[in-house]
Write a protein that binds this ligand. Structure first.
Ligand code: NAD
Length: 425
């Protein structure tokens, strides 16, 4: 038996945890939160690190590392995705868990925040290796997940098929089907209609909201999207259908630009065979850096955190930034955008469509009663536009940015719940 160690790689540009903590501290100052509660919310409540073996197709055994982190449970069970990426680190998972707490609170879902991750590039594994890894990771974290405790969902590098394996693994352990243990599942095993598109659809709804409030028409507006996965590709498709002109999209390999508008359906078909967008037909090749500095109406970062930072924020020429990714903008870049008059719709509001419809899926699983797709989309629209109005009203009232307003609302609600429950014992 050959045991191979998994080599960790360099973390992405921009420190996600530093960004998350700086955003929290700013909101805590504004809310004048006392030092005790501030200390509670600056750290994650529970952090599980796991190291586990996986049997590979060549019968060798390889070790992998992963995490599941729960930030805060004051408002309900923990909720947050699972990321498969060689760049996953404990600090990144902590930051993502913290953002999930504020996100759930800002859209008023009865959840706390969590996140998980495994250091792996899923494209390096065969289907059976991916399934073995997923089932073993699910087993390792099974001691802290469950429909009443912590409900994972897809994030970068994971998808409905992986959620089905997690659900099945936990169900096998418990001896009965535990559909509500994860969301983002295929429809046939307790998933909900509309979940696959939910984050992208939510981005479309908030883009329409921010456009309406600034007197801009989405019809004919230009859009550039970094990241063409579950979030970016669906947003591209829905904004294209809504009449916007998506002029540039990218993936990790680079991007493609066409000033007359890209043919999104052709790009989706092209990408099905795992083809790279940097070689896609229908436009000119561009780098990810070039995409971020295009003169467009809407820039949607939908890949990694830390993509818009002090080093490139000055080059950004978009009118609006609608954050599909979690933590794509550092605090330094935020300040530059504020100076330049660029309106940023923050991640914890803009990409909340995913967790909102995950919540709907969980509710349906707990009730064994499933909704029509239009019901899901209508309820998503209602929840996300309501949250947008709350955030916009708070921003206006205090003369602050949408991010500061979203943080004030989200953090404020978590503080209220923490205080009402009291410090045990
Ligand atoms: P995904 O794995 O489906 O797609 C990720 C995309 O980003 C791919 O196109 C990939 O090639 C691209 N990418 C990776 N590294 C890149 C780089 N260095 N430069 C440019 N592009 C790069 O992931 P996803 O589910 O679409 O998630 C994308 C982002 O949205 C993440 O920040 C995630 O946390 C966030 N998010 C996801 C959901 C969800 O429901 N899936 C919900 C809320 C937020």
């Amino acid at each position: 038996m050959v045991v191979k160690a998994q080599q960790p790689q360099a973390p992405p540009a921009g420190n996600a945890l530093e960004t998350a903590l700086a955003q929290f501290d700013a909101a805590a100052d504004r809310l004048q939160i006392d030092n005790g509660i501030r200390a509670v919310l600056r750290v994650c409540k529970r952090e599980l690190s796991v190291h586990f073996p996986v049997q590979m197709d060549d019968h060798s055994v390889r070790m992998f590392s992963g995490y599941r982190v729960q930030h805060n449970l004051s408002r309900g069970p923990a909720k947050g995705g699972i990321r498969y990426s060689p760049l996953v680190s404990l600090d990144e998972v902590r930051a993502l868990a913290m953002w999930m707490t504020w996100k759930s609170a800002v859209v008023n879902l009865p959840y706390g925040g969590a996140k998980g991750g495994v250091l792996v590039d899923p494209r390096d594994l065969s289907e059976s290796e991916l399934e073995n890894l997923t089932r073993r990771y699910a087993t390792e974290i099974s001691i802290i997940i469950g429909p009443n405790e912590d409900i994972p969902a897809p994030d970068m590098g994971t998808d409905p098929r992986i959620m089905a394996w997690i659900m099945d693994t936990i169900s096998m352990h418990r001896g009965y089907t535990e559909a509500g243990v994860v969301t983002g599942k295929p429809i046939a095993v307790g998933g909900t209609l509309g979940r696959l598109e939910a984050t992208g659809r939510g981005l479309q709804y908030v883009t329409e909201e921010v456009a309406r409030r600034h007197g801009v028409a989405v019809q004919g507006a230009t859009v550039a999207i970094q990241g063409f996965g579950n979030v970016g590709a669906v947003a591209a498709q829905l904004l294209d259908q809504a009449g916007a002109k998506v002029v540039a999209v990218s993936d990790a390999s680079g991007g493609i630009y066409n000033g007359a508008g890209l043919k999104i359906d052709s790009l989706l078909a092209y990408q099905k065979d795992r083809a790279k967008l940097s070689t896609a037909p229908g436009g000119d090749q561009i780098t990810n850096d070039e995409l971020l500095s295009l003169p467009v109406d809407f820039l949607i970062p939908a890949a990694l955190e830390g993509q818009l930072h002090a080093g490139n924020a000055d080059d950004v020429r978009a009118r609006f930034i609608v954050e599909g990714a979690n933590g794509p903008t550092t605090p330094e870049a935020d300040a530059i955008f504020a100076d330049k008059g660029i309106v940023v719709v923050p991640d914890i509001l803009a990409n909340s469509g995913g967790v909102i419809v995950s919540y709907f899926e969980w509710v349906q699983d707990l009730q064994f009663y499933f909704w029509e797709e239009n019901e899901v989309n209508e309820r998503l629209h209602k929840v996300i536009t309501h949250a947008f109005s709350d955030v916009a009203a708070t921003a206006e009232k205090h003369g602050i940015s949408l991010r500061e307003a979203a943080m004030v609302l989200g953090v404020g609600r978590v503080v209220e719940a923490t205080k009402l429950r009291g410090i045990y014992p």
